[in-house]
Design a binder for this molecule. Structure first.
Ligand code: ATP
Ligand code: MG
Length: 360
């Protein structure tokens, strides 16, 4: 029997270290259940993996939407095993399908400097950097509209369109303003380039201006993407919530985590905020074939993704407790994995974080 108030989670470990770090995420969620009394029901699926592809000739069963569409969230590891299945096949046959079919129009990435994690930025301490990048995930610069004429000749002409819709822009801005409003600083920064991109970006700015009066307590500003990337490096303490179109958000959501440490700890959410469809939470890193099978992968990216998932499910207190537990454990050198200069294995690190949740 599934408890009626249980959060129903579709668990998809995928490939490589996904299969090693997902169990650590589940271990921590189990601790969350004990500590905070929230109930979870987990269903694990073997599709969206290259093993599944090798057996069935496709990444997912035909009825995958029916199988996971009714869940509250998807807890995802990593997909890809390029030795046997090309990345474009594995990616397009799984993650991209989820994003599209489940209308996950927000890509959310926290940027937070954790203790014990080396940052390439000089003179920065944990606490200095703590913000979110909110990326528009469905339209913008990444449309497939365009074409070539006179291909292969000297007269070659290539065009690709940017698509912005009022619905598409407004909904991601609303998500970002809502998030800013819930935070202490209540500060939103919009990425733009309306001095160079003369039609779509002024429209983006216009929609930010139209949205802002609905959030009178949120302070907002906008920066052109070029100077904004410089500020990420020079003044990361300035930011709170940064909202950006698909392309600019893509860049910022890699730059932000790069400023605050290793790929092994960064989490991501692909979110359908209205919860008409399940949202997907995954670490930023991939399946890491080079270290798979050794149980040395850092599980923090996966565990932090669980914290994002808890926030999305409305379990904010539990989500914050998981982030605190990660910080507590990373601050102590004995539970750091090799990518952080430590010697701990995947399981030791995961167990330490689960214990910190229980005793926190
Ligand atoms: P993508 O899946 O986006 O194509 P990729 O396959 O190029 O990414 P990753 O799988 O993320 O890259 O791995 C990049 C590098 O980072 C590899 O050397 C890998 O071992 C290392 N790495 C990735 N994730 C982790 C982790 N959780 N812990 C330790 N090292 C990691
Ligand atoms: Mg890969």
């Amino acid at each position: 029997m599934i408890a009626t108030n249980a959060h129903r989670i579709a668990v998809i470990p995928g490939d490589g270290i996904g299969k090693e770090v997902v169990p650590e995420g589940l271990r921590v969620l189990d601790a969350v259940g004990q500590r905070f009394g929230c109930a979870f029901h987990f269903d694990t699926f073997d599709f969206a993996s290259c093993d599944y592809y090798l057996e069935h000739g496709q990444m997912m069963p035909d009825d995958w939407k029916a199988q996971i569409g009714g869940h509250d969230a998807i807890f995802f590891g990593a997909v890809g095993w390029p030795e046997t299945v090309p990345d474009h096949v594995s990616l397009w046959g799984s993650l991209i399908q989820f994003r599209r079919e489940f209308d996950q129009y927000v890509n959310l990435r926290p940027v937070r400097l954790m203790p014990g994690v080396p940052t390439p930025l000089a003179n920065r301490a944990p606490g200095d950097i703590d913000f979110y990048v909110v990326r528009e995930n469905t339209e913008g610069e990444y449309s497939s509209i365009g074409g070539r004429i006179f291909p292969g000749t000297d007269r070659e002409v290539v065009v690709q369109e940017t698509v912005m819709t009022r619905i598409g822009v407004d909904r991601v801005l609303r998500y970002a303003f809502d998030l800013a409003q819930r935070r202490e600083k209540k500060h939103l920064t919009s990425a733009t380039k309306s001095n160079g991109i003369s039609i779509t970006m002024p429209y983006w700015d216009e929609r930010v201006e139209a949205m802002a009066p609905h959030y009178p307590d949120v302070r907002w500003d906008k920066y052109h993407i070029d100077i904004l990337t410089a500020h990420f490096v020079q003044h990361p303490d300035w930011f709170d919530v940064v909202v950006a179109s698909n392309l600019f958000g893509d860049i910022l959501s890699d730059l932000g985590p790069a400023c605050t440490g290793t790929i092994g700890i960064a989490p991501a959410g692909n979110i359908n905020p209205e919860r008409h469809f399940p949202s997907l939470f995954e670490p930023v890193h991939g399946s890491a074939p080079d270290i798979a099978g050794k149980f040395i992968a850092n599980p923090v990216g996966q565990i932090w993704s669980a914290a994002l998932m808890l926030d999305h499910l409305g379990e904010r207190e539990a989500g914050a407790a998981v982030v605190r537990a990660i910080e507590e454990v990373l601050a102590r050198s004995e539970y750091r994995t090799r990518d952080l200069g430590g010697t701990a294995g995947t399981t030791e690190c995961g167990e330490a974080i689960a214990d910190a949740v229980l005793s926190g």
